[in-house]
Design a protein around this ligand. Structure first.
Ligand code: NAD
Length: 295
């Protein structure tokens, strides 16, 4: 990245370590990993993409002192069978939380499965109840990537009240929850998407630009106000001229870093924090299950 002023890069790995240390301290304060139950990770069919997520989550769980168990269900399993198995996990006091790895095979309705996960075990914050809660500003158990992005904005030290944020991307699991989380913190949020006219007109006036689109180099330096914070959620594989592949975000980091006040790198920004938030969500789930008298 050449002459990169390092202080502008927000180090997601350091934030991950800090959050996981907090989680590990909580887990030991309640008697250790054997006392809190395990995280059940469900994958349906074999998928190499999913294997990477699972490996990162298992690593995060280990660092936090939480047990992590993989459940690989066959690709031909029916929706009804999946729901029955999820209900069993909901009823099992040994299960602290349920993680549903995506993508799932085409014949499985992922929203229907997410609805089957009990809200007190929804460590991913993706069930309709969890999403609904954030609309009511109950944000403790939010979707992990969304919560990770807000966490990184907070690391800039910018006061969220009244902050002008432009959210680019409005998916159910990333863009929309981020908008609600930030509104709950008092930010003024504009949500842009593929039908937005003149994206740059919006992004250029923002104190914070959050991007979750999935298009490499969508955001250039001319689209960012000098000194603004840029949170890059995108994950794109690109092929360089010499044929090598690498992962980049949605932001042209090499250019934008010369304008922005803060920027998250890809990889090493939002991704590592997302896994740590999953573990933090597990501690919230534990507290709520206790408060509900389940454990
Ligand atoms: P999605 O495909 O569900 O949504 C894409 C969004 O981008 C939509 O709202 C669409 O309207 C918008 N969009 C498309 N083209 C646009 C354009 N030209 N201008 C403005 N908006 C445009 O994607 P998603 O699931 O929200 O994921 C977005 C990106 O974030 C992907 O690259 C994904 O891999 C990545 N992601 C990263 C993490 C992480 O932990 N770092 C987690 C989830 C997703």
């Amino acid at each position: 990245m050449g002459q990169v002023p390092d202080h502008r890069l927000i180090d997601g790995k350091a934030v991950r370590v800090e959050i996981l240390e907090g989680v590990a301290a909580y887990i030991s304060s309640v008697g250790g990993g054997d006392k809190v139950g395990y995280l059940a990770s469900i994958s349906i069919g074999d998928n190499p993409e999913v294997a990477i997520y699972i490996r990162n989550q298992a690593f995060g769980a280990k660092a936090a002192g939480i047990r992590f168990e993989q459940k690989l269900w066959p690709a031909e399993i029916t929706l009804e069978e999946c729901k029955r198995c999820i209900l069993e996990l909901n009823d099992d006091p040994e299960v602290l939380g349920v993680i549903l790895q995506r993508p799932v095979p085409d014949h499985i309705n992922v929203r229907s499965l997410q609805s089957a996960i009990h809200p007190l075990k929804d460590v991913e914050g993706m069930s309709p109840t969890s999403i609904g809660n954030i609309v009511y500003s109950d944000v403790a158990l939010a979707p992990c990537t969304a919560a990770a992005s807000v966490e990184l904005i907070k690391r800039t030290g910018l006061a969220l009240e009244g902050l002008e944020v432009v959210m680019i991307g409005h998916s159910e699991i990333v863009g929309k929850p981020i908008a609600f989380l930030l509104m709950a913190e008092g930010a003024t949020v504009t949500v842009c998407h593929h039908m937005t006219r003149n994206l740059a007109m919006h992004s250029r006036r923002a104190d914070v630009v959050v991007v979750a689109v999935g298009k490499a180099h969508l955001i250039g330096a001319d689209m960012i106000k000098p000194g603004a914070a840029v949170i890059d959620i995108g994950i794109n594989q690109i092929v360089d001229n010499d044929g090598t592949t690498r992962i980049v975000g949605d932001v042209d980091t090499d250019e934008v870093i010369n304008v922005a006040g803060w920027i998250t790198p890809v990889p090493g920004g939002v991704g590592p924090v997302t896994v740590a938030i999953l573990m933090r969500n597990a501690t919230i789930a534990h507290q709520r299950q206790r408060a509900a008298g389940w454990i």
